[in-house]
Design a protein around this ligand. Structure first.
Ligand SMILES: NC(=O)c1ccc[n+]([C@@H]2O[C@H](COP(=O)([O-])OP(=O)(O)OC[C@H]3O[C@@H](n4cnc5c(N)ncnc54)[C@H](O)[C@@H]3O)[C@@H](O)[C@H]2O)c1
Length: 367
């Protein structure tokens, strides 16, 4: 073990031949070259990023990779969700081809979920799949999108419609990068973190309640726990159900409602985590109405969401439109919406379909 490694947390995602480590540490970016070298890929590597992240961290990563002997080429895509597209993928295929990347070359995603999903999609499809490395730099990417192997691009007809399950060879998360993240993006990532507490780990939920000020203040010890516990939970769920046949659906807690809030506001009003926060309260409301979750616990969830500065209500949307939109979500199975509803903080259940009258009543109280 190197000195750098002893200061890190390592979580293993155990998926047979597709197993991989997640490294989490503070100020570890300059050491990435040596870790990539261990993967024994070929000498060429394409770093996919955007100008925002490149300006902050690109040179550190490039220096480390070249210092470790890699021949690096850049695949830079403009910043924004609209660039998570087949057009951007084509540009990256061109860059990979022009720089002679072969089946042993790697693609490294340096950025948030947009870059990770896009670069992963290109890695999954270029020459039928080449090694892929995730270097997530947003909280959402560190706790969620970089782990689990869902890669995708958007299509004009829907988000993440074109994609694959393709696991990375390594995830390398430097919590120090969160210091430059806009506050709204950090808070949005916290919605996914709170989600893990509700679906899996009551102690973690307690910890978030007690330590929220240190977490918001990016105290390294607390942030390391936030990222590592979240990754461990996601890893356990993905190990059980890599391709979302069953258990993995619990990761969608708050998302069924959240996707509707995002879609009905044209993906402009809310960032994803904000919509998920409101959606978790909707799901908790439904669970209370069905008599499976206590009002006291729902209030705890609502309070925690508030402590992290996340929204609790959707203004100006019609409950009928929200329910209608949930039936059009790509995760709807055979015309049935699967709701992920809490039984207690730390445990959820998948409930196939809930009556519209219950949904309308809960949503009307939240508008
Ligand atoms: N694959 C999955 O399992 C999964 C899960 C959840 C979300 N997603 C996808 O993730 C995407 C959203 O990801 P996101 O929330 O990370 O958004 P993002 O990638 O758009 O990043 C948000 C913003 O922060 C900037 N940024 C990134 N790191 C920074 C840093 N350290 N300092 C300053 N600015 C920084 C980015 O340039 C961007 O402007 C969506 O496309 C969503 O579909 C995928």
């Amino acid at each position: 073990m190197t000195g750098l490694e002893t200061s890190m947390k390592t979580i293993e995602v155990v998926l047979g031949e597709k197993s991989y480590p997640i490294y989490i540490g503070n100020n570890i970016l300059s050491g990435i070259g040596e870790f990539v070298k261990r993967l024994q890929t070929g000498p060429k590597i394409m770093v996919v990023t955007n100008p925002t992240v490149f300006g902050l961290y690109g040179q550190t990563v490039l220096d480390s990779l070249t210092g470790a002997g890699f021949e690096v080429c850049m695949g830079e895509i403009p910043d924004g969700e609209e660039y998570k597209s087949l057009e951007s993928a084509k540009l990256l295929y061109d860059t990979a081809f022009d720089n002679g990347l072969d089946r042993n070359s790697a693609i490294l995603a340096l950025g948030g979920g947009v870059i990770g999903d896009l670069a992963g999609f290109v890695a999954a499809t270029y020459m039928r799949g080449i090694p892929f490395i995730q270097v997530p730099t947003t909280l959402l990417a560190q706790v969620d999108s970089s782990v689990g192997g869902k890669v995708a691009v958007n299509h004009p007809k829907g988000k993440n419609i074109i994609g694959a399950f393709y696991q990375p060879k390594m995830v390398y998360a430097d919590i120090n990068t969160l210091n430059t993240l806009p506050e709204r993006e950090f808070r949005a990532g916290m919605a996914e973190v709170i989600k893990y507490g509700v679906i899996w780990d009551r102690d973690f939920f307690d910890f978030l309640e007690q330590e929220y000020l240190a977490v918001i203040g990016l105290a390294p010890h607390q942030i390391t726990r936030v990222v590592s516990t979240s990754c461990s939970i996601k890893a356990r769920v993905v190990e059980e159900d890599e391709t979302e046949q069953n258990l993995r659906a619990i990761l969608n807690f708050g998302h069924t409602f959240g996707h509707s809030f995002e879609a009905l506001t044209g993906y402009k009003k809310y960032v994803h985590g904000e919509a998920v926060a409101i959606g978790m309260i909707s799901a908790a409301g439904v669970a209370v109405k069905l008599g499976m979750f206590s009002n006291t616990e729902k209030t705890r969830l609502q309070n925690l969401i508030r402590l992290f500065g996340l929204p609790e209500k959707f203004g100006g949307l019609n409950p009928v439109d929200i329910v209608e939109s949930m039936y059009h979500d790509k995760k709807t199975l055979a015309g049935k919406v699967r709701y992920i509803l809490p039984e207690t903080i730390g445990r959820v259940r998948i409930v196939a379909d809930v009556s519209h009258s219950v949904l309308y009543e809960v949503l009307a109280a939240q508008s």
